[in-house]
Design a protein around this ligand. Structure first.
Ligand code: ADP
Ligand code: MG
Length: 506
């Protein structure tokens, strides 16, 4: 368990995330204006009368966005509500001309109810993170304060674009049936999992850098072993994994210090200060009451049929948790390896096409990917927030790696030579691994007669080591293997060398 040491003892963290993902759809949640508001689009060119609340304009629900919410709900293993409603949430700010945000009320069933996602917990085992709800709501526009010295400008292109807010669950009434995020790393893995599910389903680009995924971070602390949950704070609008982890840690330490000095934490809404890595109070927490949810009289209740859900269920692709289960069960990979290879759908697709159904290749391919490919960001930057990972994979292809692994398995090259071929490929050497091996004369020496001759030479040249070995210092085997390998220019098959040496030295 992740804990933080305080002056009075160890503290554990309780974390709840409210994650907004922007729903991929051609048009906005309640209007026909384009929802693709990317930065190259001129301000206020994708705005309908509905978005800017012209009198008499009526919102109409975009059924595709509802389908997207259902799809994500199924991806979160969640209940889909057959009936839910939209309400107006009081919101008075110039980026939303309606004066309210159309959302789904907090005290009523939203379109997506209870569910869970599976992540790798800090102990390396799968862990379920419970989901309380996910609801559809409108995004606001963007204000620009840096265009003119005395004026602010509003761009309403984003106004009314559909968001799905996914909220994790904390079961305060039944702590036995609770499973929540309890460390900064788990928070990151949860968000990555949400991102991958959303991307695999085509529900959202879920890209924090572009703002199509943002999170509010709720944090509280309690002494290890305590059963009560304490007051939480909420840090708003976080848009990077790194800042989220830093905000959680800072906020937890701040709260611990307050408790250890005899104070109490108040339920505030915080902002994160990127420069300093600190949080500070933005406002005291408002209650649902302050939002004065008001049923939207312009919108019909949202009715979803079983047929609609089944139709969507049939289109669902394999999701990361199922992929991980397949990797551990069919390929015998560890939970850790399976988790690494499903951090990103592009990675798991890459791995699957490298394995190409040959289970015996899975483990070596996984090893090469995790220890070599991931270590070479020039080939494949898995830490890269941007989604263009497949485009970055031009240098080494799944086919290349499969061929390389097969060459080792069939003793065409040894591990050291394979590594050299790998580096050459990274450096842009053209041709397949076999072609590169031929070109550079990299062939594993498998002729046992030739290896034997070299073994004999090495034994003859090192009589005192031979004596020591025979009198019990068997650790010297490595010394002999090393010498034989050196004499063969690293081309001998190490397993064969080992075997011959053992026999001759016995
Ligand atoms: P609100 O409606 O005020 O935003 P919610 O009850 O919806 O509050 O909770 C928001 C998030 O905060 C949820 O993810 C929830 O699990 C989390 N949360 C609730 N209580 C705590 C607590 N004591 N410590 C940490 N997180 C909490
Ligand atoms: Mg909330």
């Amino acid at each position: 368990m992740f804990t933080i040491k305080g002056k009075t003892g160890d503290w554990e963290l309780v974390i709840g995330l409210e994650t907004h993902i922007e729903v991929l759809s051609e048009s906005k949640l309640f209007s026909g204006a384009s929802a693709d508001y990317n930065p190259t689009v001129s301000p206020n060119t994708q705005v309908s009368m509905v978005d800017v609340a012209m009198p008499g304009m009526l919102p109409v629900i975009n059924k595709y966005c509802v389908d997207q919410a259902i799809k994500m709900g199924l991806g979160l293993n969640a209940e889909i509500s057959r009936h839910s409603r939209f309400a107006r949430k009081q919101y008075f700010y110039p980026d939303l001309p309606q004066g309210y945000q159309i959302s789904q009320p907090a005290d009523e069933a939203p379109v997506v109810g209870r569910g869970w996602v599976e992540i790798m917990g800090d102990d390396g085992n799968p862990k379920k993170i419970l989901i309380e709800r996910a609801h559809l709501e409108q995004d606001a526009g963007k204000l620009k304060h840096d265009v003119h010295p005395t004026k602010s400008f509003a761009d309403y292109n984003r106004t009314g674009v559909a968001l799905l807010e996914i909220v994790t669950y904390l079961n305060t009434k039944d702590p036995e049936n609770n499973s929540y995020i309890s460390s900064p790393d788990e928070a990151e893995r949860y968000l990555r999992e949400i991102r991958e599910i959303a991307r695999a389903l085509g529900v959202s680009k879920a890209n924090m850098e572009e703002g199509s995924m943002r999170a509010d971070v709720n944090v509280s602390v309690r002494p290890v072993g305590s059963s009560e949950f304490r007051t939480r704070t909420e840090t708003k609008n976080m848009v990077s994994f790194k800042f989220i982890k830093s905000a959680i840690e800072y906020e937890a330490r701040r709260q611990i210090e307050i408790y250890e000095n005899g104070g109490t934490v108040s339920q505030d809404t915080m902002r994160y200060n990127q420069g300093e890595g600190t949080t500070s109070v933005m406002r005291s927490k408002e209650d649902a009451l302050d939002y004065r949810y008001f049923p939207d009289p312009d919108l019909l209740p949202l009715e979803i049929s079983d047929e609609q859900i089944e139709r969507i269920r049939r289109t669902m692709p394999e999701l990361p948790s199922a992929t991980r289960a397949r990797y551990t069960a069919e390929f015998g990979l560890s939970e850790y390896d399976a988790a690494r290879l499903t951090e990103n759908t592009d990675i798991s697709h890459w791995f699957d096409s490298a394995v190409n159904g040959k289970a015996q290749n899975a483990k070596p391919i996984a090893n090469w990917m995790i220890s070599e490919l991931f270590a070479h960001p020039e080939n494949w930057d898995v830490k890269n927030e941007k989604s263009g990972i497949v485009d970055d994979m031009r240098i080494i292809t799944p086919c290349d790696l499969r061929e390389l692994v097969e060459m080792i398995a069939e003793n065409t090259v040894n591990g050291k030579q394979a590594k050299e071929i790998f580096i050459k490929m990274l450096d842009g050497e053209s041709g397949s691994p076999r072609e590169i091996a031929d070109k550079f004369g990299m062939k594993q020496m498998t002729d046992t007669g030739a290896i034997e001759a070299i073994v004999d030479e090495v034994i003859a040249a090192n009589p005192s080591q031979v004596e020591q070995y025979k009198s019990g210092k068997v650790g010297l085997l490595g010394f002999f293997v090393g010498n034989v390998m050196k004499k063969t220019g690293g081309t001998a098959n190490p397993a064969v060398v080992n075997e011959i040496l053992r026999g001759k030295l016995a």
